[in-house]
Structures are given as C-alpha cells and as structure tokens.
Design a protein around this ligand. Structure first.
Ligand SMILES: NC(=O)C1=CN([C@@H]2O[C@H](COP(=O)(O)OP(=O)(O)OC[C@H]3O[C@@H](n4cnc5c(N)ncnc54)[C@H](OP(=O)(O)O)[C@@H]3O)[C@@H](O)[C@H]2O)C=CC1
Ligand SMILES: CC(C)(CO)C(=O)C(=O)O
Length: 288
C-alpha cells in the first residue's frame, strides 16, 4: 500500500486527499497546521467525507513513499520543513502548484531526480478549513517518465484524471496562460466570466499574448489560438467560478502574484520581451 503524505490540505490538497482515501488503496497522512477531524469535498457526485490521519508537527510525520506538496508557491521553505522526516532515500516529492518554476522552487530542498512537477487542472475552493468545494473533475499532467507513470497509478480508481506528456514545459506554460489571464478577476474581484465584457477580454488577451511570447522564448510550444481558447474558457465559466488568486485576495491571504504574473515579467526581462500588462497587474496587486 503506497504511503502518501499531502503537505497543505487546502483546496487542492483536500480534494486529492478525499479522492485518494476513498479508494482504500493508500496509507494517507495529511501534514497540516491545525487538526482536521472530518474532511469533506463537495463534488459533482455528492459529498466525499473522510476521517484523515493528520500530523501538525514535522517531528510527528512518518516516512512515506510519496510527498504531494499542495501549499501555495510562495512558501517553499515552509513546505520543505516537512521533508526531513517524510523523505527516505526513495521518496518522490510531487509539486502540485501553479506556475512554471516547480523545480526552481524546490531545487534547494530535494534532489532533482526525486522531484516531480505536476500541472493541476482542477478548480476547487476552500469554504472552511475542513470543507472544500470541488468545481471541476480534475486533471493532473506529469512528464512521461518513471516517476510520472508511477504517480498516475496513485490516482487509478479515482475520478481524478491523469495525463502523461513528453513536453511538460509546454503543458506548464499553457496552464500559465490561463492563470496569467485570471489576474483580471483578482484585480476586479469578479468571477472568471467577467471577460464576457469585451473591454476586459481585450486586456486578458493582451496578458495571454505576453505570456505566449515569453513562454516561446523559454522553449514552450504555444499556438496563437491559445489566446482565444483561454478567453473562451473563461467566458464559458459559471458565475461562481473563482480562481485561487481571486479567492486569496478576497480572503485577505497572501497571493501567488509572482508565480503567476511576476514570472512572466522576470523572464520577459531576461529575453528582452516587453510585458507591460503583466507588469501593471503585478504592481497593482502587490500594492494592494
Ligand atoms: N484552488 C484551485 O482551484 C487551484 C489551485 N492550484 C494551485 O495549487 C496550489 C495550492 O492551491 P490551493 O489548494 O488553492 O491553496 P489553499 O490556500 O487552499 O491551500 C494551501 C494549504 O496549505 C496549507 N499550508 C500552508 N503552509 C503550510 C505548511 N507550512 N505546512 C502545512 N500546511 C501548510 C494551508 O494551511 P492554512 O489553512 O493554515 O493556511 C492550506 O491548507 C497553488 O499553487 C495554486 O495556485 C492549481 C489549480 C487550481
Ligand atoms: C485555472 C484555475 C481556476 C483552475 O484550474 C486555477 O488554476 C486556479 O484557481 O488557480
């Protein structure tokens, strides 16, 4: 039975924990900052409730086969504080976060050959610490290598889909295009479908175009059609679709501005590519 630790059972970690635990095929432990008695994910198929094993101090954590990091991107050191007890010589650390810098963030804490970046396409929101609303089915994309293939096996018998890719970089940049555009929702505190307004859509398109330009300079393969695809996806979103940046700003929590838009400005500068729309969004959200 694979031993799996989930560091940060918030929206994404909480959803994954409930789905993994209900298979009965995994020995799951949650690494959290406070106890959780019952964890519930509201899914399209109804509520999924589990009684998780929770540890709230790294020195109480067991050694596991898999560590799934589902904390926010800005606190890699906080997540890494758990690695000492959790990681044995063969433990694989999967980083399930937005952005394109999974490896850079954790390189100081985990050997490169035991780190698995994951692109998360799953919309979820924490309603309370122990109640998560899962808004979409969920798709996890990983590189088609040994760790990636083993990782997909963890989610067999769940409704969380997995995908193996031989071009992880492009997959991560495609997702970054979605997240970068989502900054307009966070700025306006309006759901994804705010881009039904054509003026707002034009701004979101400009943000995605900048992201594509920088992503291509970084080696990602990104079609021009991505601009309209991203906006169409947001326009079709239900009125309650709140992205995690928006949710963080609304709740007064720190935001992943750097991982989602700051990175485009930073890497744009490296390649001599102007990114004025992303830069303005970063300046405004940082000032808030
Ligand atoms: N939500 C979504 O729809 C999506 C999110 N993502 C990405 O997934 C990642 C996680 O996001 P999300 O689940 O929304 O974030 P949440 O804020 O909902 O969850 C993060 C969790 O990490 C916990 N945490 C923070 N620091 C520590 C620590 N040192 N030790 C243990 N637990 C800790 C937080 O606890 P506390 O309650 O104490 O703060 C919280 O439970 C982000 O990179 C996000 O961009 C990707 C796709 C969709
Ligand atoms: C695109 C979206 C909304 C869900 O996949 C997301 O990544 C987020 O909320 O951070």
């Amino acid at each position: 039975m694979p031993r799996v630790a989930i560091i940060g059972p918030g929206a994404i970690g909480g959803v994954l924990a409930t789905h993994l635990m209900q298979t009965g095929r995994h020995d799951v432990v949650l690494c959290a900052r406070r106890p959780i008695e019952v964890l519930t994910a509201e899914t399209a198929d109804g509520p999924l409730s589990v009684r998780p094993r929770v540890v709230i101090r790294p020195d109480a954590a067991p050694t596991v086969d898999w560590v799934l990091v589902t904390t926010k991107s800005y606190d890699a050191a906080g997540a890494a504080a758990w690695f000492g007890p959790l990681c044995g010589p063969a433990t694989v650390v999967a980083v399930l976060q937005n952005g394109v810098e999974h490896r850079e963030r954790f390189r100081a804490f985990v050997p490169a050959d035991r780190l698995l970046p994951v692109v998360v396409d799953l919309s979820a929101e924490r309603i309370e610490p122990s109640l998560i609303r899962q808004r979409s089915r969920g798709l996890l994309t990983v590189a088609d290598d040994r760790h990636g293939r083993d990782f997909t096996g963890l989610f067999a018998d769940t409704t969380i889909a997995t995908c193996l890719t031989d071009d992880f970089k492009s997959a991560a940049w495609r997702k970054l295009c979605v997240n970068a555009a989502g900054v307009v929702s966070a700025l306006l505190l309006r759901p994804a479908c705010v881009v039904r307004d054509e003026q707002v859509a034009q701004l979101a398109r400009a943000i995605v175009r900048e992201t594509i330009a920088v992503g291509r300079a970084e080696g990602a393969i990104l079609p021009d059609s991505l601009v309209d695809d991203v906006i169409a996806r947001e326009q079709a979103a239900p009125p309650n679709a709140i992205n995690s940046l928006h949710a963080d700003r609304a709740a007064g929590r720190p935001m992943e501005v750097d991982a989602r838009n700051g990175v485009i400005v930073r890497l744009g500068r490296k390649h001599g590519i102007a990114t004025p729309c992303n830069a303005m969004a970063v300046t405004l959200l940082t000032a808030m």
